[in-house]
Design a protein around this ligand. Structure first.
Ligand code: HEC
Length: 114
């Protein structure tokens, strides 16, 4: 019984992290490259800035989810990027989806992705 529970948890976690990755690739990669800055800051850069401010997963995920849901200059942490590219547009994303994506971003060391 214990083994079954562990197995279910494992499969669930695998599935959940893949969903976050898929959603990220489909919704964010168009503007945010993994390592290079093109028309918006790279994911390596954004994650570094956010991890510095929000080392706890819960805070990181909550803030990022809410900010991307409704981007605002007043609460942004990357004013230089706003000067350069303008404020990130409000793309009317689903909030639950943004939470899945934020968890994926917290858990992924983008500097190790090729
Ligand atoms: C249409 C282009 C575009 C798309 C798509 C996009 N972004 Fe952005 N994003 C930007 C730009 C430009 C900035 C830099 C200006 C700023 O900070 O507002 C930015 C900044 C950010 C920031 C930093 C905000 C700050 O200043 O504190 C986060 C976090 C972020 N994006 C997350 C995401 C996530 C997650 C997705 C996918 C769900 C996404 N973005 C999709 C253009 C985009």
């Amino acid at each position: 019984m214990k083994i079954l529970t562990i197995l279910i948890l494992l499969v669930y976690n695998l599935f959940a992290s893949n969903v976050g990755e898929m959603l990220f690739n489909g919704n964010c990669l168009a503007c945010h490259n993994i390592k290079t800055e093109v028309s918006a800051p790279s994911m390596v850069e954004i994650r570094d800035v956010y991890l510095d401010i929000f080392p706890r997963k819960e805070d990181f995920v909550n803030f990022m989810t809410n900010w991307v849901y409704e981007p605002e200059e007043d609460t942004a942490f990357m004013p230089n990027a706003i000067d350069k590219y303008g404020l990130m547009p409000n793309l009317h994303y689903d909030q639950q989806m943004l939470e899945d994506i934020s968890i994926y971003i917290f858990e992924t060391d983008f500097s190790k992705i090729d």
